[in-house]
Design a protein around this ligand. Structure first.
Ligand SMILES: [Zn+2]
Length: 255
């Protein structure tokens, strides 16, 4: 099946759009494929967007979004969409923005832990709207260490650094960050160019296809609420975010 045009990936700013037009390309039971979409599918640790699709016969809910190249939207089972229909998609902004804040916070926490504790690596992450978790190795966090991470991350957030994206070659990324920090050493050799998300001038650089905030001030402060051993020197850290004072409005224009 044809690859879906991923409208959320054009730039950091694309993450702020909520509404788009598209055509139905395929229907299989309650799973709809579109030619283009703003819905983020589960991937890179980040959970999917929810929202609605408005077709010729009304509005249906999008419950689950999966897929890498072809993106599959799981909708209400009683939908009446058919191939060729024009739809207007609308994503749930509160959930999307929470994922953007959580995901950018994850990059910050991973970078700070790597720098503070001699190259401790991030080996997994799960980004949800209400709480997120990161797996680190090799490490055994004390409360003092977690307090130091929290303090450093919140100081960076208070400094209101910008977040930008660009396309770089492998060599460019590796020239600016250790491959163990960006996990570039785990990337298949076939990947030569990647989308990278950058915080500040050189605070963090990470290959990533997730959605992110444009400025760290949108994150609000983080609070680490738990740690758990996952065995073999790996620890899972769970965090929540406080709601910042100013929350941006989404761009409501159609994409
Ligand atoms: Zn990421």
């Amino acid at each position: 099946m044809a690859a879906t045009e991923r409208l959320y990936l054009d730039s950091i700013q694309s993450g702020y759009y909520t509404d788009f037009n598209a055509h139905v390309e395929a229907v299989e039971g309650d799973v709809i494929t579109l030619d283009r979409t703003l819905f983020y599918p589960l991937g890179g640790g980040q959970n999917w967007d929810t929202g609605t699709l408005e077709g010729p016969n009304g509005i249906i809910e999008v419950h689950e979004v999966r897929g890498r190249s072809t993106i599959l939207h799981k909708v209400d089972a009683n939908h009446t969409l058919s191939v060729g229909d024009e739809v207007r998609g609308s994503i749930n902004w509160e959930r999307r923005h929470a994922h953007m804040r959580m995901h950018t916070a994850q990059h910050l926490v991973s970078g700070v832990v790597y720098e503070l504790f001699d190259g401790v690596r991030t080996v997994g992450n799960q980004i949800h709207h209400d709480r997120s978790r990161i797996d680190f190795t090799p490490v055994s966090f004390t409360q003092d260490m977690l307090d130091e991470v929290t303090h450093q991350v919140n100081s960076l957030i208070d400094a209101k650094h910008e977040v930008t994206d660009s396309t770089m070659t492998r060599q460019q990324v590796n020239g600016r960050m250790p491959p163990e920090r960006t996990n570039m050493d785990l990337l298949p050799a076939s990947v030569t160019e990647l989308r990278v998300v950058q915080i500040g001038e050189d605070l963090d650089l990470c290959p990533c296809a997730g959605t992110h905030v444009q400025n760290l001030s949108e994150i609000g402060h983080i609070a680490i609420i738990g740690k758990k051993s996952k065995g073999k020197g790996t620890q899972r850290v769970t965090y929540e975010l406080q709601i910042p004072n100013v929350t941006p409005q989404p761009f409501h224009e159609l994409v």
